[in-house]
Design a protein around this ligand. Structure first.
Ligand code: GLN
Length: 344
């Protein structure tokens, strides 16, 4: 069902009705209509649970850095976050350890290789960046905590600060990946050989599978993106999810490496820091302005959501959201989202 949110509902978290009347709702309706019939691509099957996704699922949500939320389609349908967890865990690792220590274990260089490639930097033995599986496992290994339970709790708490709500993992997805994740196990063992992960790396691998199976909606993704857009502070709850000095670390890696071996093309065309996951989500950030969340499980051969890419590209083009846009004369994103109040 493509239930659009009630235009006149007051979101209890936001407490504002301004979003309801905004012309931006129409923009999202048009985008949704344009791509709901696009069935290019295929759902991921290498994690058996993901193969159960319905190719027609499609949701879009945009949250502004000042806390307005717009959504359409399957924006409330939960799915496992998968690789979209990676930049957030990277931010947490940097916050826990500081940049220097984290960068000893993982680089910041795009690979041009697939997300699951088994390749380390020959000169340093580090995984290339925290957005591919090797780098993400090394990053998760850095998450502090006395034992597995405490590390998992800290990780969930961080995601709760970003989403502004209670979240849980999908146990079926977790077990499905845990049983079939031989490639990620091989990557972890290779990194253990080179000292890029520590003695408890098997526990960290479990933690990595758990973080990938966290259930989110594309509304959550938009709010997580808006939190990054808002300097690390969740615009709905006011809570700090990431210290502001580390926001640029996360966003710059998302811009250069967030879309796997499509990252360069993505940066060129869309110009937005973003991260995709194999379950079909994409989060994109317009720094200082908004977060965009899209969910559609049909993936292109590089593992990025086909409709998700189109939606983000169209939004970027329409409103001149590309990071390096100069003298844009098209419609104002801010004005479409913040129309004057009725009667004023
Ligand atoms: N859990 C997935 C894996 O490790 C995440 C990959 C992805 O979303 N691209 O293979």
């Amino acid at each position: 069902m493509h239930a659009e949110s009630d235009p006149d509902a007051i979101d209890p978290l936001i407490g504002k009705m301004r979003a309801a009347a905004a012309p931006f709702r129409r923009t999202l309706q048009e985008l949704h209509r344009s791509y709901a019939g696009l069935f290019d691509g295929a759902v991921a099957t290498y994690i058996p649970e993901l193969a159960l996704a319905d190719p027609s699922w499609f949701g879009i949500s945009v949250a502004t850095a000042d806390g307005l939320v717009f959504e359409i389609g399957d924006s409330g349908r939960p799915f496992s976050i998968q690789s979209i967890s990676k930049p957030f865990v990277f931010g947490m690792a940097i916050q826990d350890h500081g940049r220097d220590q984290v960068l000893r274990r993982v680089g910041v260089e795009p690979t041009g290789e697939a997300f699951n490639s088994i390749v380390l930097d020959e000169a340093t033995n580090r995984p290339f960046n925290p957005m591919v599986n090797a780098g993400a496992i090394a990053t998760t290994d850095l998450i502090e905590g006395a034992d597995a339970g405490e590390r998992f709790k800290r990780l969930l708490a961080m995601f709760r600060r970003f989403t502004g709500r209670d979240i849980h993992i999908d146990n079926a997805v977790f077990l499905s990946e845990r049983i079939t994740g031989h490639r990620n196990r091989a990557i972890a063992h290779l990194m253990r050989n080179f000292g890029m992960v520590g003695d408890r790396f098997e526990e960290s691998l479990e933690l990595y599978f758990q973080q990938c199976s966290i259930l989110v909606t594309c509304r959550d993704l938009a709010i997580m993106g808006a939190t990054l857009a808002n300097g690390g502070q969740n615009p709905l709850t006011g809570e700090t999810a990431l210290e502001p000095q580390y926001v640029k670390d996360v966003l710059s890696i998302m811009l250069s490496c967030g879309m796997y071996d499509f990252a360069g093309e993505w940066a060129y065309r869309t110009g937005l820091p973003a991260k995709s996951g194999v379950s079909g989500g994409i989060v994109a950030v317009v720094p200082g302005v908004a977060g965009i969340g899209v969910y559609s499980p049909l993936l292109d051969p590089k593992g990025n959501s086909v409709r998700g890419i189109r939606v983000c590209q169209d939004l970027s083009r329409k409103f001149g959201l590309h990071a390096f846009e100069a003298r844009f004369s098209g419609p104002s994103f801010h004005d479409e989202c913040h129309p004057p109040r009725r009667g004023t």
